[in-house]
Design a protein around this ligand. Sequence first.
Ligand SMILES: [Zn+2]
Ligand SMILES: [Zn+2]
Length: 353
Amino acid sequence: MRAAVLEEHGEPLSIEDVDAPDPDPEGAVVEVEACGVCRSDWHGWQGDWGWLDLETQPGQILGHEPAGRVVAVGDEVESVSEGDHVAVPFNLGDGVCPRCQRGHSNICENVMPLGFVEQAQGAFAEQLHVPTADHNLVELPDGVSSVDMAGLGCRFMTSFHALAHRADIGAGDWVSIHGCGGVGLSAVHIADALGANVVAVDLTDDKLEKARELGAVEGVNADDVEDVPGEVQSITDGGAQVSMDALGIATTCQNSVLSLDAHGQHVQVGLTTQDEQGMVHLPTDAMTMQEIEFIGSLGMPPTRYDEIFRMVSTGKLEPEKVVSETIGLEDVSDKLAAMTDYGTVGIPVIDDF
Ligand SMILES: [Zn+2]
Ligand SMILES: [Zn+2]
């Protein structure tokens, strides 16, 4: 099968013919019909996240936002059959640890991030193997296509879990979203659908314009204002009730926390870069005195995907609005390279393998 293989960090992926996977007894093989390309792939391509034990190794196939058809299942698989139209979560769980048993397989004790580790080769390929298929595969309802699902990707799932499950958003709350890449734009759209007033913050006007299309009532260009949190405080008349760092650099994390009103909730969704390596200075005294919460949020448990599917099927959420273009497998390296300078708006989706 054709696959885009990582040979060296930061160098173009190599399009190769590699062996197609066979299913483990509990696994399944999915023929990929669509897969999104996002900033997490860029981090994997750069070799980031060694501090999380997620530095990719040569030979890795990236790609963690697939949807497609099951073409083979192992002998012990019970609930998945050949021909099923499925999504594959980007944090694969083992299905048996206490966290998975409680429905939190997004933070499984033995979590396998798809496309980042050798045991979970990714979906920049014609086919991929999904371990523990009964637990991990999610059947797509009618009306959600593979490209829709790839458009939802990790960004909608991550933002939805962060805003709908982890934070407590009320109607009319101010929500500021710092960073308007894929996850940030999805967060704008979801916060709007949940009834919030959204302030979008980014460095580029075209991303802010996209954020307005998706429901933001105000946009702040961080390049044009000296004091980003001050600007958000002023727009929101005292600070946001909920704020998200959707990028994961020190500046956006700090700006997000400083944008909050008393009792505000900061939700950290972006994972950091080589510059921070997971450590960011925060105004802890001010956070204590204002009773501000710092909430981590990772992915979304697949057992709750149906909530988002219902909002897609009724048109309350429109994932296709963040899909910028459909591309071929051989175009992925160019898209990754363009992300280095934040040169992409919205999400490219591979639909031609
Ligand atoms: Zn588990
Ligand atoms: Zn992603």
